[in-house]
Ligand binder design. Structure first.
Ligand code: ADP
Ligand code: MG
Length: 246
């Protein structure tokens, strides 16, 4: 379970998060929406323990991410998969080595076991046959899928997706959303997905939270979000990604 309590974060006087409270129950997946630059990625990085709060805390299964050190932090990070906004594959490594990387770093699996796992993950994301290729040889959608395979390789209990479909054409984007949906059903991880894909993601997620001016403006089910009379929420729901809110 992920619990964010009264989280504050500023950068050089710029207040990005101003008392965020949010909870994601075990096995559930929450969509985090909001304008560009409102602090969605910053929030995810706090959940992953990659940033430290100025105030407040992030609890993952009851562990305060800010206070974990050494082995405890390592153990928790091992249970967590992060799909970064950029895809963030290692350009100099083949797709196989990219997906094998976390398994080699985090587990004591033998080489043949790693091969089995990597091939299995690549099959799940529809990339069998591309294992010898390098990221520069793949399309944007394939890079995202490879990054998904890498994030999922360690069977994470917690998955964080940062704009998994941004920059992809609508069809490829839908394929990635379907893939997240099927992986979630199969692995039952607890997840947060930062996304602009409203209303498309309503079928994939259990709840939606909108961040605005450093706080959670609204949190609820897809129906509750759809019914909201709040103009900022409405702009997202009806317009998807209108220019005036970017
Ligand atoms: N490491 C950092 N140092 C300074 N400012 C940062 C850093 N990370 C994010 N910010 C600032 O915090 C704000 C929110 O960023 P971000 O979370 O990336 O927005 P988004 O909602 O688009 O993901 C932006 O103004 C960004 O410039
Ligand atoms: Mg971002």
């Amino acid at each position: 379970m992920i619990k964010i309590e009264n989280l504050y974060k500023s950068f050089d006087g710029l207040e990005v998060l101003r008392g965020v409270n949010l909870e994601v129950g075990k096995g559930r997946i929450l969509a985090l929406i909001g304008k560009s630059g409102c602090g969605k990625s910053v929030l995810l990085k706090h959940v992953a323990g990659l940033m430290k709060p100025d105030k407040g805390r992030v609890l993952v299964d009851g562990h305060d991410m800010c206070c974990l050190r050494g082995r405890d932090l390592f153990t928790l990070r091992n249970r967590l998969g992060f799909l970064f906004q950029s895809g963030a594959l290692f350009d100099s490594m083949s797709i196989f080595d990219n997906v094998a990387f976390p398994l080699r770093e985090k587990t004591k699996l033998r080489a043949n076991e790693i091969t089995d796992r990597v091939m299995n993950e690549l099959e799940q994301v529809g990339l069998l046959g591309a294992e010898e290729k390098f990221p520069s040889q793949l399309s944007g959608g394939m890079v995202k899928r490879a990054a998904m395979a890498r994030a999922l390789a360690g069977d994470p209990e917690i998955m964080l997706f940062d704009e998994p479909t941004t920059g992809l054409d609508p069809l490829t984007g839908q394929t990635i959303l379907d893939l997240i949906d099927s992986c979630h059903r199969r692995l039952k991880f607890t997840g947060i997905m930062v996304t602009h894909e409203v209303p498309k993601i309503f079928e994939v997620v259990d709840a939606v939270a909108m961040i605005d001016k450093g706080e959670i403006l609204l949190e609820g089910t897809a129906e509750e979000i759809l019914k909201s009379e709040n103009s900022t929420v409405k702009a997202f729901v009806t317009g998807g990604r209108p220019r005036d809110i970017e």
